[in-house]
Write a protein that binds this ligand. Structure first.
Ligand code: BDR
Ligand code: CA
Length: 316
């Protein structure tokens, strides 16, 4: 008898690395992506939605509904990350299809409905952007959100340094108040894949990038949409590397064999006015004496992770 597919919801601010992560999930036959929910982050909500729809079209695996969620952050203003992913979030190369249409219905409501309509602990939420949609869902109906099997987030600096400030990583920093709601929700397990997990040997090298680009239309789309990030990385890391944050998180979620270090800590996010806004304090040495509330995945096994990425992007 064939095993039932595990259901997942992908919450995304679809930029270029989200697109790659979404394609990976759609091509892993052990899972069923039951919906994509979009949120402002890398780009504003509408653009993120077109980008997600374009990704479904290019991947051409199957077509889960794409629901639009929050356009505004909980408290602060949206900032975005044009310098990292381009104005359109997809490298500004004209890759986005603006004729595609999202499904009717609000992402937060649809997420809650799915959790209510399915047996408890059968749906995973994988969040690849700011946590605004999740926070609103928790505020609306905390008990229903606890029916989730687990929430895995690409977010935090892990045990390392930030990518938008010395301590903060973009997804958390863009809406730290939302992260606070999620951290205090009591949802368990809550897993954060830190930015440090996609650095060092987990980055794609120029040769690996070439190989993916030349593998076919999907590989070409995944790499071309990341040109702005690649250019930025030439300055940051000395060559055309790609730090693939969302694909790392997706691999950790769907193929845990690639995880090297993931431990539970007491975590708290800074929502103050100072320079560490959006930084997540990871109580590594247990100074606070407080119960650990979240897992931090800070290291992947690069070979296993990349092998999974190549397989699901149909590189080889
Ligand atoms: C995260 O922020 C965005 O730039 C990426 O899409 C990823 O989700 C990395 O910090
Ligand atoms: Ca993202």
């Amino acid at each position: 008898m064939s095993e039932e597919k595990r259901k997942i919801i992908i919450d995304t601010d679809c930029g270029s690395d989200d697109a790659m992560a979404i394609a990976m999930a759609l091509n892993d036959e052990r899972y069923e992506v039951i919906m994509l929910t979009t949120v402002s982050g890398n780009v504003r909500l509408k653009q993120a939605t077109y980008n997600a729809l374009t990704t479904l079209k290019v991947t051409d695996s199957y077509y889960p509904p794409v629901y639009m969620g929050c356009d505004e952050m909980l408290v602060r203003d949206w900032v975005g990350s044009a310098e990292t992913h381009g104005e359109d979030g997809m490298g500004d190369l004209g890759l986005v299809d603006y004729d595609l249409k999202p499904a009717e219905g609000n992402a937060v409501i649809k997420m809650l409905e799915a959790l209510r309509d399915n047996p408890e602990k059968t749906i995973d939420i994988i969040a690849l952007g700011p946590l605004t949609n999740l926070a609103v869902a928790i505020r609306l109906d905390p008990e229903t959100m606890k029916r989730v099997r687990r929430i895995l987030v690409m977010g935090t600096a892990g045990l390392g340094t930030g990518n938008v400030s010395p301590v903060a990583e973009f997804n958390i920093w863009q809406d730290a108040e939302a992260c606070k709601v999620v951290l205090k929700s009591g949802i368990d397990p809550l897993i954060f894949v830190g930015w440090d997990a996609c650095l060092d040997d987990a980055m794609l090298t120029p040769d690996e990038i070439r190989m993916i680009r030349e593998s076919g239309p999907l590989g070409g789309f995944c790499i071309d949409s990341n040109v702005v990030l690649m250019e930025m990385n030439k300055g940051r890391f000395g060559d055309y590397y790609l730090d693939m944050a969302d694909p790392s998180a997706m691999a950790a979620a769907l193929y845990p064999e690639c995880i090297d270090k993931c431990d539970k800590y007491y975590c708290e996010v800074d929502t103050g006015e100072g320079p560490s806004y959006g930084g997540v304090l990871v109580d590594f040495y247990h100074f606070s004496g407080k119960e650990p509330n979240a897992y931090i995945c800070s290291k992947l096994k690069p070979e296993i992770y990349k092998e999974y990425m190549y397989r699901t992007l149909k590189v080889r």
